[in-house]
Design a protein. Structure first.
Length: 181
């Protein structure tokens, strides 16, 4: 494996590790929108590593030829799913753009970010998780696939735990018998 291929592979794996770790910490702590110092570091490192991944892939694999990247994405999609869809590359671009917007929001306007509507938060993470899952599990092989499956299952379990705690019915006080007269 050449240095370019290593950089492409390592940067995306580390970015996804940061992303999954950040989500797991947020969900474990029960504060999905409020990042502490550790989650801020993970969120920042993950976003920057993903930018490195995109740049390295464009440079080393496609020589900054966007059409070559579209063709390569189409070939990979056809190989895996049976139909060519090179425009899927734009979903990766949107992934990095949304992550960077959220990162800038985190560092420049942290109070506004914490007050944002929950639906913005959940839409953002639904999209990011969908793309990360596809990148780590559907379109990847080797050690990344089982790691992506484990991380996805952990995140899903924590989401279910969080949802069940939010929607749990309060325990009703049982009366010892008929009311006294």
């Amino acid at each position: 494996m050449g240095s370019g291929a290593f950089l492409i592979s390592a940067s995306v794996r580390l970015a996804l590790l940061c992303y999954a770790s950040c989500l797991i910490l947020l969900l474990w702590n029960g504060r999905s929108r409020h990042l502490n110092a550790w989650t801020r570091v993970l969120w920042t490192a993950g976003a920057l590593l993903f930018v490195v991944h995109v740049g390295a892939a464009l440079h080393f694999t496609h020589r900054w030829d966007h059409q070559a990247a579209i063709r390569s994405t189409a070939e990979q999609t056809k190989e895996l799913l049976g139909w060519a869809f090179g425009e899927g590359l734009y979903f990766s671009y949107l992934f990095v753009l949304l992550w960077l917007i959220d990162l800038v929001w985190l560092w420049c306007l942290p109070a506004a970010r914490e007050r944002r509507s929950p639906w913005i938060h959940w839409l953002l993470h639904s999209y990011l998780f969908f793309i990360a899952f596809n990148g780590a599990v559907v379109f990847e092989a080797g050690v990344t696939r089982p790691a992506g499956i484990v991380a996805s299952l952990a995140i899903t379990a924590l989401l279910i735990r969080r949802w069940s705690r939010r929607h749990a019915q309060p325990a009703s006080a049982e009366s010892p018998g008929p009311p006294a007269r």
